[in-house]
Design a protein around this ligand. Structure first.
Ligand code: AMP
Ligand code: ZN
Ligand code: FE
Ligand code: FE
Length: 303
């Protein structure tokens, strides 16, 4: 008869998880990029990708503070759009891994998106202020701290002035995409952005590719066209996906030889339901993704 193991056993984490989608304060997360590596180690991860929205600003601090045993994948999540022939646009978040940040087309796309984000966030704040919510643009800029401005920064300003109790409540009310205060953000055409990521030696992977709870998603025909245009993979295991959505995506990925990834989409306390390592990528899919890249290397932690 086997003896019961002591409470809290084992006293270590296996440290083998691979999480390919996280955000820091370099965009709209709440954790400093320098803390991503240590938090990944504590969450039992061996690989973590930093994929801030439309920026590479967190790469340096994240790499400099990377602990031994953790490998950093430098990436970004690029705001894109698919224009269907029927004319209805579908928002697409394109994860890009290990791309050369100096490649001019992709660098210009990121710069254009960041500039457009600032104008759009200002419009949302102006609409809220005109409606009597005591919001102040300077306050939002202070919260964003030079990051590309997103709705989570506006949400935190609304929490600070007591309009809503927390960030998720702001998203469920004043900042919803059907709210009168909402202004859509500028997006880059997804096929052209996929081509730019490839030119930069990176791997393009569509984030939360089928999450109906986020609004209209790409259909099978669109994913087939994007696969032909150079898409490397689809993020299947994501907290926003249902079991049925995951099954659909796995079938599409198999049909078009796309890699399957899994990730948490960690945003710190802005998304408490998405802890680091909540979803992970298989070592085989990770190896294939890295093998598809020629832009920049992985960074191995030494701290
Ligand atoms: P934006 O890019 O400015 O339109 O803001 C979208 C960002 O807000 C995305 O990065 C999401 O991760 C985040 N977000 C969307 N919905 C929520 C929510 N319900 N609670 C917290 N963050 C959210
Ligand atoms: Zn985000
Ligand atoms: Fe996203
Ligand atoms: Fe994300």
């Amino acid at each position: 008869m086997s003896r019961p193991l002591p409470a809290g056993w084992p006293p270590y984490r296996l440290g083998s998880g691979i999480d390919l989608h996280t955000h820091s304060t370099a965009s709209d997360g709440t954790v400093d990029p320098a803390r991503i590596g240590p938090l990944a180690r504590d969450a039992g991860l061996s690989v973590v990708a930093l994929t801030d929205h439309d920026t590479t600003a967190g790469w340096g601090p994240a790499a400099a503070a990377l602990p031994a045993g953790v490998t950093l994948v430098r990436g970004a999540e690029i705001s894109c759009r698919w224009e269907s022939r029927a004319g209805a646009g579908v928002g697409v978040h394109l994860l890009a891994y290990l791309f050369d940040p100096t490649e001019p087309t992709l660098a210009a796309i990121r710069q254009w998106l960041r500039t457009a984000r600032a104008g759009r966030a200002r419009q949302i704040v102006d609409r809220l202020a005109a409606a009597g919510f005591g919001l102040d643009w300077e306050q939002v800029l202070t919260i964003a701290a030079r990051a590309p401005v997103g709705r989570p920064h506006i949400a935190r300003a609304l929490v600070e002035i007591g309009v809503v109790p927390d960030v998720p409540t702001a998203f469920a009310s004043l900042l919803r995409s059907d709210s009168p205060y909402y202004v859509p953000k500028a997006d880059a055409p997804v096929a052209e952005t996929i081509a730019a990521v490839r030119r930069a030696g990176g791997a393009p992977v569509i984030a939360h590719a089928r999450a109906a709870r986020r609004g209209p998603a790409l259909d099978d025909a669109a994913l087939q066209q994007l696969a032909a245009a150079g898409l490397a993979g689809v993020e299947v295991d994501h907290p926003d996906h249902t079991a049925a959505e995951r099954a659909d995506l796995r079938a599409i990925a198999a049909a078009h030889a796309l890699l399957i990834t899994g990730s948490s989409d960690f945003h710190g306390s802005n998304k408490p339901a998405n802890p680091l390592g909540a979803e992970t990528t298989s070592p085989a899919a990770f190896d294939a993704m890295v093998a598809a890249c020629s832009g920049i290397p992985l960074v191995a932690g030494s701290g």
